[in-house]
Design a protein around this ligand. Structure first.
Ligand SMILES: O=C(O)CCC(=O)C(=O)O
Ligand SMILES: [Fe+2]
Length: 356
């Protein structure tokens, strides 16, 4: 049974407004309902955002899939809270291991810079594949709150994946590529690194906000559907096309801009696989999470992410044709190995530096 409302720390109805005086990034808002009706203007706008910043708001109201995400994201956050409230010894039984992307990540398990500053958020990744198969075909054990909520996760996964795939089909059409090029690399029933990630960041410790909840990164997958309720997400002012990461910081001068959560909207961003598939036509936005601003920082911060990623066996080469510039022949690496390599590049590299 989920905890009663009064014992919850995920209480979106009580959150104060995002405060004034914090520099925010003005993102475009695209309507999912219009996209689903093949509205040409809305399709153009999606494509522009994906070539530019790689981030936009997706208004979810007015269509079944969007309303479903809006309704279920709160329930998923509540299950996440119940899971992250389990005793540490129990959470550690599910710790991320080897190449598996599913399970529990301790706060402090990755470094935000070469000095070894630790991240402060914990999260639990709930794998797509186990949530959409019958119980007797599940490959992994899951904590009781997640197991009990499997139908909820199954619906959320299918809906979020469907939304991601619709956006990819719009992008493909705009580039003059057959949408089946994306569809055939992201079949939901195939094994992949897709998961629902429930993250909890602690309330802000000091007014200065020095902590990093989630270090600066670009997502590894193809497209990300993010739901959050409190500020904390920041996007770098200089596009990830020009600013690379050096010691956890972008190497071109700029500033971190806040992304204000918008009621009724998801935040959509593209990942590195989208850049790879399109040989750089699309952009994956660099972002990080710090404690929520102002009075919002008194609350623990929950977010729900769905990562659409290529199938494990997909060969990570650029698509050819349409508006995609032809690059040289590429190495044959599967998505499973490629994503593992990207993940290692972010965290473990710093751990090694520190050990020297
Ligand atoms: O918590 C958020 O708002 C964003 C989380 C994120 O960027 C991630 O998990 O990749
Ligand atoms: Fe991210």
């Amino acid at each position: 049974m989920p905890h009663k409302e009064e014992h919850r720390e995920f209480t979106p109805a009580l959150y104060p407004e995002f405060p004034d005086g914090f520099p925010t990034l003005q993102l475009q808002t695209v309507s999912l309902s219009k996209l689903l009706q093949n509205d040409a203007t809305e399709q153009d706008r999606v494509f522009e955002q994906c070539k530019g910043r790689g981030f936009f708001y997706l208004e979810l109201g007015g269509c079944e899939a969007g309303e479903m995400i809006l309704k279920l994201a709160d329930d998923i956050a509540a299950v996440g809270e119940d899971t992250l409230k389990l005793p540490m010894a129990e959470k550690l039984q599910y710790q991320l291991q080897g190449r598996s992307l599913d399970g529990y990540k301790l706060a402090g398990a990755s470094a935000a810079d070469k000095k070894g500053t630790r991240d402060t958020a914990e999260f639990f990744n709930v794998g797509k594949n186990d949530m959409i198969v019958p119980d007797d075909q599940m490959k992994k054990p899951w904590p009781a709150p997640i197991k009990a909520a499997k139908p909820l996760f199954s619906t959320y996964v299918k809906t979020a994946h469907g939304i991601g795939m619709h956006i990819l089909s719009v992008i493909a059409s705009k580039m003059g590529v057959d949408p089946s090029e994306f569809a055939s690399r992201h079949r939901i029933e195939e094994m992949s690194g897709d998961h629902v990630r429930i993250t909890r960041g602690p309330p802000r410790a000091t007014e200065e906000m020095p902590e990093i909840q989630t270090p600066s990164h670009t997502d590894f997958g193809t497209i990300t559907i993010l739901m959050n309720w409190l500020g904390g997400l920041q996007v770098y002012s200089v596009s990830a096309r020009t600013a690379q990461l050096s010691d956890g910081q972008p190497d071109v001068a700029g500033e971190w801009l806040w992304v204000k959560p918008q009621k009724g909207c998801a935040i959509i961003n593209l990942g590195d696989a989208a850049v790879k598939f399109t040989n750089g036509v699309l952009c994956s936005g660099r972002h990080r999470v710090i404690p929520s601003p102002g009075a919002q920082g008194r609350w623990p911060r929950y977010s729900i992410v769905y990562f659409v990623r290529p199938e494990d066996q997909c060969v990570m080469r650029q698509l050819r044709g349409g508006g995609i510039p032809d690059g040289p022949e590429e190495e044959a690496i599967t998505a499973r190995d490629w994503i593992f390599r990207q993940a290692q590049g972010l965290g473990i590299q710093f751990e090694k530096e520190k050990d020297k």
